[in-house]
Ligand binder design. Structure first.
Ligand code: EPU
Length: 332
């Protein structure tokens, strides 16, 4: 395995901010990953997927490890379901397409989400009423402090909304993910946007659902090649009853959903809209005109400019509605 020094991270984050990694490597197997963490016990470590959910504000004084293990294999199957293990560096949408093409149902709503398979459990990616945790049955990883190989059941992953044990502790480097997918598919309405897109199709197939998701995403979300961004920048805020009541007294038309845990969730995009920030630009950072949850980069290589703008949006939303938006994107 080649160990590189002073590597530019700009091509490795979709916001395209500049920063140097003191050390950088791309292990091709769990064994190589294990070797590398053991070889540098005292260095800070960052595990990087395809960099679609993070950006850099300064150089990284440590080792950046970009898993490079590939492969998709069926572990077992019967006439109802299939269990598939996909390696961390597999492209997420490539894996979704493979499943849809083979008639394996469960992750089609997660079509076109950028990133790698190994990153999907970290923030429990979600869209159109489906979350990665619905299909994941296990995760294999290297324990960074010891270099040992570990396996997690779904319960041990501690999944939550855009959250998991991997995100909370940053102690594990994921090497592969095991999914359990159904061999039969019956479309059920889960999300109004997707349902509208499928109008007129009486019993949509897996491929039709995937195509509909791709159409919605292409319409709503900016192309990161043209306008660098990291997808949803903020999480949708979870509110206490008091915060919810206060919000509704100020903005009676605010969307409020009840979560499975009996809390309340509202739309960060809606709050940013109402704070007057839709399409607003400050210097080289701005809120995307087509969807307020996305901060776009108009041309800076300095992550600080993105952070300054993030703080301005947070400040405005808090001043007006008493709600602090938390970034979903990770900032280094
Ligand atoms: N809305 C606005 N203004 C906008 C956009 C949306 O007010 O500019 C309001 C509307 O009320 C709309 C509601 O927000 O009904 C929800 O919008 P949308 O369906 O686009 O979903 P979202 O809550 O903004 C979440 C995920 C997305 C995911 C979509 C679709 C988070 C942080 N984001 O966005 O995930 O694609 O649902 O399921 O949970 C990502 O994580 O990077 C991401 C793109």
């Amino acid at each position: 395995m080649i160990i590189k020094h002073n590597v530019q991270l700009q091509p490795h984050n979709s916001f395209r901010t500049k920063a140097l990694a003191k050390i950088f490597c791309e292990p091709q197997s769990a064994e190589e990953l294990s070797e590398i963490v053991n070889a540098f016990p005292n260095e800070r470590k960052l595990i990087l997927g395809k960099g679609f959910n993070l950006f850099f504000t300064k150089d990284f004084d440590g080792i950046v490890i970009k898993p490079a293990m590939h492969g998709i294999r069926i572990l077992r199957e019967n006439d109802r379901f299939v269990e598939i293990e996909a390696a961390a560096a597999e492209d997420w949408d490539h894996f979704v397409k493979y499943c849809v093409d083979n008639g394996y149902a469960g992750i089609e709503n997660l079509s076109l989400i950028p990133g790698s398979v190994g990153a999907c459990p970290v923030q429990n990616i979600g869209a159109y009423g489906t979350e990665a945790m619905d299909a994941i049955v296990g995760v294999k990883a290297v324990d960074i402090p010891t270099g040992g190989c570990v396996a997690f059941s779904r319960e041990e992953c501690g999944f939550g909304y855009r959250d998991s044990i991997f995100k909370r502790t940053a102690l594990y480097a994921i090497t592969s993910v095991v999914f359990r997918l159904e061999k039969s598919f019956q479309y059920r309405e889960k999300y109004i946007d997707l349902h509208r897109e499928l109008e007129g199709i009486p019993s949509p197939t897996l491929a039709q659902v995937r195509d509909a998701v791709i159409r919605i995403r292409n319409r709503k979300l900016p192309d990161y090649n043209l306008l660098p961004n990291a997808g949803s920048f903020f999480k949708n805020p979870v509110l206490t009853e008091e915060e919810k009541d206060r919000l509704l007294s100020e903005l009676p038309d605010a969307p409020v959903y009840t979560t499975n845990e009996g809390q309340f969730k509202t739309s960060a995009a809606f709050l940013i809209d109402r704070a007057g920030y839709k399409g607003k630009r400050r210097g080289m950072a701005g809120v995307y005109a087509g969807h307020s949850l996305i901060i776009v980069n108009y041309g800076t290589e300095n992550g600080r400019e993105i952070v300054d703008f993030m703080q301005e949006v947070q400040h405005e939303v808090r001043q007006r509605f008493g709600i602090m938006l938390a970034p979903e994107v990770r900032i280094y």
